[in-house]
Design a protein around this ligand. Structure first.
Ligand SMILES: *Cc1c(COP(=O)(O)O)cnc(C)c1O
Length: 507
């Protein structure tokens, strides 16, 4: 996305050393060039410029898959020209999506009869999945309120303040109030008791997160279900639960099959999961599954016939690629239950290696849990000298992308570094990272005398979303005192907190 605000004033041209073999004129940056250029030149120019992007495999900020088997890459490339929406023309692709929906619904223990088909749809990611699930809740609630002759213009959702930004988007775009249960230091997930207190007759659903984005911790969906069930009996409201299992939906069934978080709990009416996180597919796929047909109001489903036969659809987008759906099906049959379990166990083992390595330094408190999403979230025990943002910044020098961010209210004074362990993050890399973190700590300790600090915009700058987060360069001569430097840092961190847009670079 280019926000006009972020565009520099000049229309600087783009050069490429190698491409000058092919083209003599340079290209304007923001205007379409008058003439065509040879394909080799276009390739070279773009390829050269992309070299400056970070290495996806070293991007420890993201849950999103960065490695797949070459066989699957091949299938994806072969399908790159297939529009997914042309379901009548590509019936096999549609069939594969339907198989995925059913496989995932069974994985989440949907109460299906032997021959019954699951209700669900493939999306671009969990964000689209959550928009659809949220719309279904909103419409169901409105219909019920209309029937009862009660006002239906003030719906709300109850969540923890740790929700991913897509819930805030849903709330704003579709005019639903987001009622957030505040966090507190040392407790970074939804407190079921407090959530229940917030539920009222206008609550369309309570959203629980299986794998908080901030520290990977699983929320206690079972406790929430039981408490809400009591409240429903008292009030007669029938408030349902949605589980945002974007990252945990492909972890819990394999590592913690006994954990009840899914359709085994009667109030859980829909669940989303990101196929492109621990579903092990490249970016661009998510899933939403409903418990029953009754949980997805028929009036939200569009029936189109201009592509051939009658085709029901419930998505925000129309056209999209087919490759991700095919890749998801590949992973499900290639790995099977056993394969996914092994991958997840490996991730958990590597997470433990990293966590124990960090604990050995005696410099960090760990704020993630061993039985959540395989990630390590940690804070400095002592950040009076330097802070987590500086650690994050310094790690970039070694090629590591480790985000630092502040926790949401009321734990906003806590800053966290987070390393997500994906399939392609090996034990050797985990050990290497600990060594590099130690080097960084050592350098930061030596810092005051040679201070030339450039602040990291790992959090706010990555997506180019937060224009206010311009890189701030704080230069201090050796003569200035450590106290002044620390003050400058604190101010910068406070300013950044004010920018409120949370965690843009963390996904
Ligand atoms: C990643 C994430 C999302 C958003 O998912 P996308 O697939 O990136 O759209 C939503 N909720 C949680 C808990 C997440 O971790």
């Amino acid at each position: 996305m280019v926000l006009s605000k972020t565009a520099p004033e000049t229309d600087v041209s783009i050069h490429s050393t190698f491409a000058s073999r092919y083209v003599r004129v340079s290209l304007p940056r923001f205007r379409m060039p008058e003439q065509s250029i040879p394909k080799e030149a276009a390739y070279q120019i773009i390829n050269d410029e992309l070299m400056l992007d970070g290495n996806p495999r070293l991007n420890l900020a993201s849950f999103v898959t960065t490695w797949m088997e070459p066989e699957c890459d091949k299938l994806m490339m072969a399908a790159i020209n297939k529009n997914y929406v042309d379901m009548d023309e590509y019936p096999v692709t549609t069939e594969l999506q339907n198989r995925c929906v059913n496989i995932i619904a069974h994985l989440f223990n949907a109460p299906l009869e032997e021959t019954e088909h699951a209700v669900g749809v493939g999306t671009v990611g969990s964000s689209e999945a959550i928009m659809l699930a949220g719309l279904a809740f909103k419409r169901k609630w409105q219909n019920k309120r209309k029937e009862e002759g009660k006002p239906y213009d003030n719906p709300n959702i109850v969540t923890g303040a740790n929700v991913q930004v897509c819930w805030e988007k849903f709330a704003r775009y579709f005019e639903v109030e987001l009622k957030e249960v505040k966090l507190r230091e040392g407790y970074y997930i939804l407190d079921p008791e407090k959530a229940i207190e917030m539920v009222d007759e206008n609550t369309i659903c309570v959203a629980a997160i299986l794998g908080s984005t901030l520290n990977g911790e699983f929320e206690d969906v079972k406790r929430l279900n039981d408490l809400l069930s009591e409240k429903n009996t008292e009030t007669g409201w029938n408030t349902p639960i949605h589980v945002d299992a974007a990252s945990g939906g492909f972890i819990a069934p394999f590592l913690y099959p006994e954990l009840e978080w899914d359709f085994r709990l009667p109030l859980v009416k829909s669940i989303n999961v990101s196929g492109h996180k621990y579903g092990l597919v490249y970016a661009g796929i998510g899933w939403v599954i409903w418990r029953n047909k009754e949980d997805l109001p028929e009036e939200l489903i569009f029936h189109i016939n201009y592509l051939g036969a009658d085709q029901p659809t419930f998505t925000l987008n129309f056209s999209k690629g087919s490759s991700q759906v095919i890749a998801q099906y590949y992973q499900l049959i290639r790995l099977g239950y056993e394969g996914y379990k092994l991958v997840m166990e490996n991730c958990r083992d590597n997470m433990i290696v990293l966590k124990e390595g960090l604990e050995k330094t005696d410099r960090f408190d760990i704020v993630s849990k061993d039985d959540g999403v395989p990630l390590v979230a940690f804070t400095l025990k002592d950040n009076s000298h330097f802070d987590e943002f500086q650690v994050s910044d310094m790690l970039r020098r070694f090629g590591w992308i480790v985000p630092a961010y502040t926790m949401p209210p009321d734990a906003q004074h806590v800053t966290v570094l987070r390393v997500v362990i994906r399939e392609d993050f090996s034990r050797a890399l985990a050990e290497r990272l600990v060594v590099d973190i130690q080097k960084v700590l050592h350098e930061l300790e030596m810092l005051p005398s040679k201070l030339l600090t450039k602040t990291a915009i790992t959090v706010a700058g990555d997506e180019g979303l937060n224009d206010d987060a311009k890189v701030v360069v704080v230069k201090k001569s050796a003569l200035e005192t450590q106290r002044e430097i620390t003050t400058a840092w604190k101010k910068f961190v406070m300013d950044r907190k004010k920018m409120n847009d949370k965690m843009n670079g963390v996904c």
